[in-house]
Design a protein around this ligand. Structure first.
Ligand code: KG4
Ligand code: ZN
Length: 339
């Protein structure tokens, strides 16, 4: 079969990213321009600023991706782009650029769901990784436990009823006075703390549920800090971070293991920004090993938002013939599995 080269564009949040991916699995380039330094000043992503920054960066990022891959625009087979979910203004920048390129070059435009992109990062990480498998998707905006039956067939087993795991990480980090984004800071600080220092709740909801809830845990952390302040007790931020992180990890691991067992699936993957978390990676790996479950987690750079994952997911959409026309719009709250 002839090689398929996909130029992929991602701009759903605060990273402007483009990549060239061959046959859905080989990354020829993966350029990411992060806006973190800008949004840090405000303690979180400011949507309007994100859109403007995407406009400034996008041409440079795409040219960089083509150059690094050593590929000319004309040699690309298709252009894949994230069309949801995400910030609408941010999504529209990548989408407009992808449409313009697809039109000018007369190449197919491939719509990609951002979460499907996160999941597909596993196909890059492990060239032999194939559905079916269970995937624990944990990002800043999403927490989904998904049964991936095929490249284009997803059964959502459960999702968060309130905060996403990354959102909880970012909020707890903020009250500990750590800069945005909080997840990597919690990860780093936890290494100096005791995960058993404070008994934060493991909220697992109904015993048969695959849903998640992190807002109660977040409140428990806030209460702990406020109480300590009132009573003049010393707060050890590293212990708070480590104990909180452990509570999140325990719930994610427990539900993932139960899903594998109950569905009789012996393959588990992690996806999304929070899967860059060192404790989560280590504990999920250990639990899978103990149960003889094959485990896959993308390299940290492929866990957080990037273009390569969109190129991987885009490839499977392309070979299925899922091509969009110029009327393709951005969908800020696009559901997984929805077209
Ligand atoms: O997938 P992502 O890049 O963007 C979304 O689609 O939301 O995820 C970003 C989230 C943020 O909440 C960030 O704090 C979290 O992933 N994150 C981490 C780590 N690296 C990024 N959380 C915990 N530990 C990390 N090492
Ligand atoms: Zn993401």
């Amino acid at each position: 079969m002839e090689d398929i080269l996909i130029l992929a564009i991602e701009s759903s949040c605060d990273e402007t990213a483009a990549a060239v991916v061959k046959n859905g699995r080989d990354v020829l380039s993966n350029i990411i321009s992060s806006q973190i330094a800008t949004h840090k000043i405000y303690g979180g992503v400011v949507p309007e600023i994100a859109s403007r920054k995407h406009i400034e960066a996008i041409d440079r990022v795409i040219d960089g991706a083509l150059e690094e891959a050593g590929v000319k625009k004309e040699d690309i087979d298709a252009i894949a782009v994230t069309y949801g979910p995400g910030l609408v203004g941010a999504l529209l920048v990548g989408l407009s650029e992808a449409k313009a390129l697809a039109f000018a070059l007369d190449k197919p435009l491939i719509p990609v769901h951002h979460i499907e992109g996160h999941i597909a990062a596993n196909y890059i990480q492990n060239k032999d990784w194939e559905p079916p498998f269970i995937c624990m998707v944990v990002s800043g905006g999403h927490t989904h436990l998904v049964h991936i039956q095929d490249y284009d067939s997803f059964d959502i087993l459960g999702h968060t009823r309130d905060d996403a795991a990354g959102e909880a990480m970012d909020k707890v980090a903020r009250v500990l006075g750590l800069p945005y984004p909080g997840g990597p800071q919690i990860d780093r600080l936890s290494k100096e703390g005791d995960p058993n220092a404070i008994a934060f709740p493991r909220i697992t909801l109904e015993s048969d549920s695959y849903d998640f809830s992190f807002s109660g845990l977040k409140s428990a952390v806030l209460n702990h800090i406020n109480k300590a302040k009132m009573t003049g007790e010393e707060i050890r931020p590293a212990d708070v971070a480590a104990s909180f992180q452990q509570a999140v990890v325990d719930v994610l691991v427990e539900k993932s293991m139960r899903a594998c067992e109950e569905l009789g699936v012996k393959k588990l993957a992690l996806a999304g920004g929070v899967s860059a978390n060192t404790r989560l990676r280590a504990e999920m790996e250990k639990n899978c090993r103990e149960r003889d479950i094959a485990f896959c987690v993308p390299a940290p750079i492929l866990c957080t938002d990037n273009g390569a994952m969109i190129g991987a997911a885009g490839y499977y959409e392309y070979i299925k013939g899922n091509v969009a026309d110029m009327s393709l719009n951005a969908y800020p709250s696009l559901k997984l599995g929805e077209r």
